[in-house]
Design a protein around this ligand. Structure first.
Ligand code: SF4
Length: 352
């Protein structure tokens, strides 16, 4: 792994606009928007795994799909190896070098195609190699992901869930990419199979020098595989840093709450995830003012409703960052009264 970013995401936005209707237009009303991703910035260093974690619906998958231009962005920039991929019409080279592995290998693989056809499709689309070379490459990929060349003519339904995900990974590897967005690649699998797929991804990264953006809601999976972690809440990144820093020394109250939702090692619960955080997630159609987490944060004060926190650096190198006023000693937050809007109990919190 190097310190050089392969991917740089700057102020990425993805809004979905409601269909405007005639009455709204006559009244001069703006169409409503869902702010799925709103001003997200981060970089992914060459050869690293960056974990992107948050509750369901926080915008993490939309972030991955938008930075790959599988969805058109509303705003911002994505630089891949120095080139702004939002400003080019020729995505051919980018499409070869940046791939995706999806969550559900059953629905992401065409049931009418054999494993061989699925893995070979990117080679056909990009015109890579001769007929014989493509066949050879498909067999080599099947074996590299732990399947056998003899399974080349099987259809997706003839594989187990873990095997199907191996086919999805082989397909993603076909064009020898540098970067793969792994979008919840193990969350549809049994725990024992999850470990095998994570180990495979680890091995492939070491062998081919791959860079991963690893999107997941399961914190134990993210901790296992990531070098650094970005924590996302309601379309924004609220904390970013090295994995051990995030897990051992979390700064943002949302990260703290996520970690408290993870089962202890001495319990028998497995795979509990960030969905166990209490309180309703506000609608991205009408996100809260100021700090978006203020409606659920036990430390919230009036200042949190009025002002949006910046991305405060917690160390000299700026490796660990948190978007919370509590990181700033002289911020007016500390003089501001507790926010008592009836949405949470503010007395007896860790502020005391
Ligand atoms: Fe909580 Fe305020 Fe920090 Fe937001 S800025 S996380 S509401 S304390």
């Amino acid at each position: 792994m190097t310190d050089d970013p392969l991917v740089r995401v700057e102020d990425l936005q993805k809004y979905y606009f409601e269909q405007d209707n005639l009455l709204d237009r006559l009244l001069g009303n703006e169409p409503e928007s869902v702010q799925a991703v709103d001003g997200v910035s981060f970089d992914v260093r060459e050869g690293e795994t960056l974990g992107l974690v948050g509750e369901s619906g926080c915008g993490k998958s939309t972030t991955g799909e938008t930075l790959l231009r599988l969805r058109e962005p509303t705003g911002g920039a994505v630089e891949f190896d120095g080139q702004n991929v939002f400003e080019t019409d020729d995505l051919n080279e980018f499409r070869k070098r940046a791939q995706v592995v999806f969550q559900d290998p059953f629905s992401s693989l065409d049931p009418r195609m054999t494993a061989g056809q699925i893995i070979r499709e990117p080679l056909d689309v990009h015109g890579v190699g001769t007929e014989a070379e493509r066949r050879e490459r498909v067999e080599e990929l099947l074996e590299r992901v732990g399947l056998s060349a003899g399974q080349v003519d099987r259809y997706p339904h003839e594989f187990s869930g873990g095997q199907r995900q191996r086919v999805g990974i082989a397909r993603a590897l076909a064009l020898e990419p540098d970067f793969i967005v792994c979008d919840e690649p193990v969350s549809a699998l049994d725990v024992s199979v999850q470990a095998q797929i994570l180990n495979l991804l680890d091995d492939l990264q070491a062998e081919f020098g791959l860079t991963y953006l690893f999107i997941a809601h399961d914190l134990s999976v993210v901790r296992h595989i990531s070098d650094r972690v970005a924590v996302m809440y309601l379309g924004e990144i609220v904390e970013f840093g090295p994995t051990e820093e995030i897990f051992e020394n979390p700064s943002h109250p949302y990260t703290e709450a996520l970690l408290e939702s993870v089962p202890r090692a001495d319990t028998s619960e497995q795979g509990r995830d960030v969905g166990t955080l209490s309180g309703d997630v506000p609608s991205p159609r009408d996100p809260p003012s100021g700090c978006r987490f203020h409606t659920r944060c036990p430390y919230a004060r009036e200042a949190c409703r009025a002002e949006t926190p910046a991305d405060y650096e917690l160390d000299a190198a700026g490796d660990h960052r948190s978007a919370c006023f509590r990181q700033v000693d002289d911020h007016e937050y500390w003089e501001s009264p507790p926010l008592d809007d009836g949405t949470r109990a503010v007395e007896g919190t860790a502020d005391d």
